[in-house]
Design a protein around this ligand. Structure first.
Ligand code: C2E
Ligand code: MG
Ligand code: MG
Ligand code: MG
Length: 280
């Protein structure tokens, strides 16, 4: 009898594995056509100035609705797209769609000169030789000033090829594009790169906020990150603010901006527009 049970357990286990492997295969197969089939869309999450509570920009987050599997999280498909190289076409589409939207908002007077849109850029994109020229060309075509665009790169993307990444980011900065380090504090990286790179913004990863209010060491750690960022002349954005007390605590530390469900969830353009009305 115990043997029979074991057999059943193993079978259940292996069919669960099969199901998740099948899902991955389904996603990998559909990913190269996702953009051209119109299955991708953008969500926008407000970036808020903590001192005033005003929305001063937004981050663009890609979404994929698979015809059979429904909404797939970027946490699941972005790593796949990076592995397969589909990230290049996907990233180009994200940049194009984001700039088209921003250009329209600017024309319609929904946002002013100071409003900026942040786009996530993966290691693959950043290290491609034509990347900076593509950004430059797209900005010109949509008549968007480079200062209205921010590029978010993770520490690990930067570390993939430090030399090429530094060069490309320098060229983007020379255009006038802002550079943000995303998920700061989670990557395995030497801090030395920060001094050599034209970084404008450091985004504190949301994992640092979990115990911000109930643990003195957590609090001091975040305080130290803010001080270090300011020492490097960087602005600080805190990610994942879910409670007003977190926002207040971060504001008291001098953290300039915040993002999180407390202020606004990432949302499609239709529901983001009312936020912009407020902004105006
Ligand atoms: P990220 O760039 O660090 O984006 C922030 C993530 O945190 C988003 O997840 C957002 O929905 C989530 N978030 C925001 N506020 C809160 C909060 O208060 N609480 C919690 N628990 N979560 C919050 P999302 O949209 O699932 O994106 C996940 C990651 O996928 C992004 O992390 C980014 O690394 C990547 N990603 C998304 N869009 C793109 C893209 O267009 N290109 C590239 N290369 N990567 C992207
Ligand atoms: Mg980001
Ligand atoms: Mg982040
Ligand atoms: Mg993060």
């Amino acid at each position: 009898v115990p043997h029979a049970r074991e057999g059943v357990a193993i079978q259940v286990h292996s069919s669960a594995l099969e199901a998740s492997e099948q899902r991955r295969m389904q996603l990998r197969q559909a990913l190269p056509q996702a953009v051209q089939r119109g299955e991708t869309s953008l969500h926008y999450q407000a970036k808020v100035a903590l001192a005033s509570g005003r929305t001063c920009g937004a981050e663009v987050l890609v979404r994929w609705t698979h015809p059979a599997l429904g909404m797939v999280s970027p946490a699941e498909f972005i790593p796949m797209a990076e592995a397969s190289g589909d990230i290049l076409a996907l990233g180009a589409w994200v940049l194009e769609a984001a700039l088209a939207t921003l250009s329209r908002w600017r024309r319609e007077g929904l946002v002013d000169e100071a409003f900026s849109l942040a786009v996530n850029v993966s290691a693959h994109q950043l290290c491609r030789p034509g990347f900076v020229a593509e950004v430059h060309e797209a900005l010109a075509r949509y008549d968007v000033p480079p200062s209205a665009l921010e590029v978010e790169v993770t520490e690990s993307a930067v570390m993939t090829d430090l030399e090429v990444a530094t060069l490309q980011l320098q060229q983007l900065a020379d255009l006038g594009v802002s550079i943000a380090i995303d998920d700061f504090g989670t990557g395995h990286s030497s801090l030395a790169y920060l001094r050599r790179m034209p970084v404008d913004t450091i985004k504190i990863d949301r994992s640092f906020l979990t115990h911000l209010l109930d643990d003195a060491q957590s609090h001091r750690l975040v305080e130290s990150i803010v001080a270090m960022a300011h020492g490097l002349d960087c602005r600080v954005v805190a990610e994942g603010i879910e409670a007003p007390a977190q926002a207040a605590s971060l504001a008291a530390m001098g953290c300039e901006m915040g993002q999180g469900f407390w202020f606004a969830r990432p949302q499609p353009v239709e529901s983001f527009l009312p936020l912009l009305e407020e902004y105006r």
